[in-house]
Ligand binder design. Sequence first.
Ligand SMILES: [Zn+2]
Length: 429
Amino acid sequence: MLAGMWTLFLACTGPGDSSARNDTGVGDTGTEPDASWHCPQDTPSVTPGSETDWLVTTAHYSLEVDGPESLAMELGLLSEGAWLAYGDWFGTEPAQIPLRAGFYADLTGFQAAMVRDGASPASSAGYYDWGSATAYTQDQPTHYYDHVLFLHELAHQWHHLAAQPDGNQATWYSEGLAEVLSRHDWDGECLRVARLPVISQEDFSAEALRIVDANGNDVDTWLSQDIWPGERPIWFAVTRWLMALDPEAFEDFRLAYDADSSVTVSSYFGTLDGDAFEAWLRGEQEPLTPVWIEWTHRNSDSVRGFAEYSSVARVKVPGDNFSTTLRVPNERFMAGLLLGWDSAQEHTVLYVDESGGLTLGETLGGSLTFWDAGAISAPSDSLPMSLSWDQGQPVVELGGDQVRPVLQHAPGAGLAIYGADVVFDEMAW
Ligand SMILES: [Zn+2]
């Protein structure tokens, strides 16, 4: 008997203790159940490779990685997290280990690995080859999408080897499943999958909504006739919706459909209500949007921001308050809040730096000017920050200090960094 699709079992002990993580559901982005964190306990072995920079050996995976050693280690940990998470989700495990995967710096390395393994070289960003049972990915513009693509191909691999579909399943289903299972929370130690990010460059939920607005919401016809406007974001959104609509029915459908590709969705879900899908999709949107890369989703209330210069993570629909806690790094940084927003060319931010110096960053006509805005005591460990409003003007609390900058733009909310690599936790909006 297979375990339930959303079966919760605690895979976390010791340093990866899940109790330190957000399991409360507070601030959760999507409607999916609060799945367990999966925390691998063993440290991957990373050794120099001959054809790629690194060979990574974990309990269940053998990886080739082209890139920094830290990335090789991270992908090793992520793959072991995926082993636990996908085992929990599918309720079965592949019989053959180690599972093989590769991360390559560019298309040339990606295709060379496939040719070496006897596969036809794909020109996509990632590829899972059924013949060699190997997952291949290449470097992406953001850290989050590096991980999404890697987990996407590992999900195809798991689906193939552990669930054993006959290969005749519709593309929306195989790809929708891999897209959903690739969206994840990851804090460097623990993973949970099938999570809607709070922010991403790709923002499939927003893209799916744009496609619905342009094409209508006739999801029943799309499924029954295999007509898919806009394809991938819609595959992702409809698969998430079916899982949220009735997780048990989706699992029953999945098991039946993997065994027999003539099985139909309607025999498990009846006629699908496009208006219900559209209403659900409007409520399933990523709350923040990046203004320049790069922002890495970590958890339903946590992101990492990295920028050599300026970057902003904007709350799409600001409320009356925005708050977060800055994890103060042991290096120089400027990080703070977005206060005012008219456009990427016209907005205002307030930064704090490692010495407690405050700087107002005013972007006018696309050029950023810094203004001295006073100082607070030098922050250490963590700095709570919040933004509220008094007669249209921002009231910013930084630890125990209050600052009231004068705003030239419409009220906004969100995160701002300049030349920093920092984590913001406990976001609420
Ligand atoms: Zn795929």
